[in-house]
Design a protein. Sequence first.
Length: 246
Amino acid sequence: MNSVITIKQLAKTLSLSNLSSNLESILTNGLEKTNQQFLLELLQAEMALREQRSKERRVKQASLPAIKTLESFDTAFQTSITSRQLAQLGELTWIESLHNLIFLGPPGVGKTHISLALCSLALDAGYKVFFTSMDRLIHILKTAEISRNSSVRLKYIYTCDLVVVDELGYLPVTRNEANLFFQLLTKLHDKASVVITSNKGFEGWADIFGDTILATAMLDRLTFRCQVIPLSGESYRLTHRSDLFT
Ligand code: ADP
Ligand code: MG
């Protein structure tokens, strides 16, 4: 058999995708290279492709609803956090040390924006990330036993370095849902960083979960290693809304 065809087949079997799809040009370009150089570049190209695909998979799994950056966050408008503090969060050392972040504040002050920007940075840095609204998370937790989709999601969540739960407290949760959420936090404790955004201060959490003891236990876990970041001020949306009629 033609050795080019055999090489292609072997490359495929060994999952060397770059080699199997670009064999002809690799061979042509390799003519003027030493053996060592040829092998080195071949393996480097394979590695780069693998890393790129892994990142694409992680980005897809993270399910970010939008792409935001720290650079586009206006700290002249939102003065509860300084650009220096933002930059410090952007260094992601808190993920390495398993710290949690809790952003508190009314609607439109940038809680989701900053969380999303940190997710993107974490994905760039190679971390596994999952972003979800509290609603969607509860749905996943409640249906994990009966829906394959949910059980796959939940398994992924358990492997993540960073889990963002957006909009905790917008809707009340039942006792059962609160318990499921608490179990999740317990499992993630010591394994992942959790970021939570909420429009309710800690004193309102007992109401959200309908149970003071459970809310206290939850806060106890979450705030053990944690930076609480209160954001206040006007809604960016309302201040910057665009009118159709001028
Ligand atoms: P929250 O989650 O606190 O309700 P968001 O983060 O969703 O608020 O912000 C609402 C909108 O306003 C988003 O499009 C966000 O990008 C934008 N935004 C909020 N605060 C700022 C800011 N300080 N600089 C730039 N954009 C902002
Ligand atoms: Mg939000």
